[in-house]
Design a protein around this ligand. Structure first.
Ligand SMILES: *Cc1c(COP(=O)(O)O)cnc(C)c1O
Length: 422
């Protein structure tokens, strides 16, 4: 099947990391999932900790999601008109998120972040944006930008096809470095529209930030009239219903959502105060639209999934599950003296082949250590455990992982670590 796929798609895939290039070997072709388990086309069963890269916080084919989607589907898939399901999901989110007053649904996290940036530029009338090295905000031109060489904060494009003229409007700073941020806002005073950040950066390892850093970023943005964008496409509805904004109680000006919000169907959203969102068309001059935005089937999946997340104790139970997987593995690594740690925030975890207590910046990740990850990944596959095929990616525990799944997986991780460090 992979050979066939390579004759159809660049690299045989429709999103690059799926190609298994960083771990070697051939991607799994997955036929089906149920709860925490997936089955590949050869009939092999795996406990899944990729969970479609985050959306599946309830696991695969959760009955509440399947039922709601199926019922909606039989009434038609799309109308290009408002539907009551949009109201339902919109209200469910806004009435449970202290910092979101108005929301606009789109179809992916990329679209959410891209639109949020446009909104911030429209609101402030400024062009430049700040992002941080080690944060990912999807593949829009303005956001496929990496730090320039040396001390320059002017970005250079991280993808072919992105004009340098666009990249120059994006300033790229190191995480956890307030001096760099102060220097940059002083240099470009009055020119910066938005500071975009993943408040819990989870696309380049898990670079857990000191909440005090985030609070300072908030203060600087307020002082400078810069909007603060929390890209909560991963952390939203994951570390708590209100994401990192709720967890740390920091109010961003704009929020971007994706992944969990759509219950496994393609949904993104951006949200802000009524005053900020009024700038979006048709009430304001910032244009943004979508043929399938607010798609009823996708809304139904989102409503079903987020309703489960709102049940009392949901996130506490998820946290306990993640600890049940992670704690014994970390204890084993310590006892053996392995240079290994698992960073975790709630049900997001990341395997770090490092002794560091904190890893807050992407340049603190040793790229040579990724060889250990490849060995570990292969040893886990042999033991029926599926992780996303890159050592820079995080894993997710879902509500569907049972204690038996987690204990079995912890044992497999321990054995796989012994293989990697042998
Ligand atoms: C996944 C992700 C995106 C992009 O979302 P897509 O749905 O893949 O377009 C943007 N920002 C963050 C923080 C993400 O994790």
């Amino acid at each position: 099947m992979f050979e066939k796929a390579q004759s159809l798609f660049p690299g045989g895939v429709n999103s690059p990391v799926r190609a298994f290039q960083s771990v070697g070997g051939t991607p799994l072709f997955v036929d089906r999932g149920a709860g925490a388990h997936i089955w590949d086309a050869d009939g092999n069963e795996f406990i899944d900790f990729c969970c479609s890269w985050g959306p599946l916080i309830l696991g695969h084919a959760h009955p509440a999601v399947v039922e709601r989607v199926t019922a909606t589907l039989s009434n038609g898939t799309s109308f290009g008109t408002p539907t009551r399901l949009e109201n339902e999901l919109g209200e469910l989110i806004l009435s449970n998120h202290r910092y979101a007053e108005r929301i606009r649904f789109v179809s992916s996290g990329t679209e959410a972040a891209m639109s949020a940036i446009r909104l911030a530029r429209g609101v402030t009338g400024r062009d430049k944006i700040i992002k941080f090295d080690g944060c990912y905000h999807g593949h829009a031109d303005a956001l496929l930008v990496k730090a320039g060489s040396g001390l320059a904060t002017l970005g250079t494009s991280s993808s072919a096809g992105v004009p340098e003229a666009y990249a120059r409007e994006t300033l790229v700073l190191p995480l956890n470095d307030l001096d760099a941020l102060e220097g940059c806002v002083a240099t470009y005073k009055g020119q910066i529209a938005v500071v975009a950040i993943e408040p819990i950066p989870a696309n380049n390892g898990l670079l857990i930030q000191d909440p005090e850093f985030l609070r300072e970023v908030r203060r600087i943005c307020t002082r400078e009239g810069i909007l603060l964008l929390f890209d909560e496409v991963i952390s939203g509805f994951r570390v708590g219903f209100e994401g990192a904004a709720g967890l740390y109680d920091i109010q961003p000006d704009v929020l971007a959502f994706g992944k969990i919000i759509g219950g496994g169907l393609p949904v993104g959203a951006y949200a802000a105060s009524e005053e900020v969102m009024r700038h979006i068309a048709p009430t304001g001059p910032v244009y943004q639209a979508g043929t399938l935005s607010g798609n009823p089937v996708a809304m139904a999946a989102g409503v079903a999934q987020l309703s489960e997340c709102l049940k009392p104790g949901f996130y506490e139970a998820l946290d306990r599950k993640a600890a049940r997987l992670v704690d014994p593995v970390v204890a084993h690594a310590k006892a053996q003296g392995y240079s290994f740690n698992i960073f975790r925030r709630g049900s997001i975890f990341w395997l770090a082949f490092s002794d560091a207590i904190h890893i807050r910046r992407s340049d603190q990740i040793d790229s040579d250590s990724m060889a250990y990850f490849s060995t570990l990944h292969a040893a886990l596959l042999e033991r029926g455990i599926y992780l996303g095929p890159s050592g820079y990616e995080v894993g997710f525990v879902s509500a569907a992982h049972t204690d038996a799944d987690l204990d079995r997986a912890a044992q497999a991780f321990i054995e796989a670590l012994d293989v990697a460090f042998a």
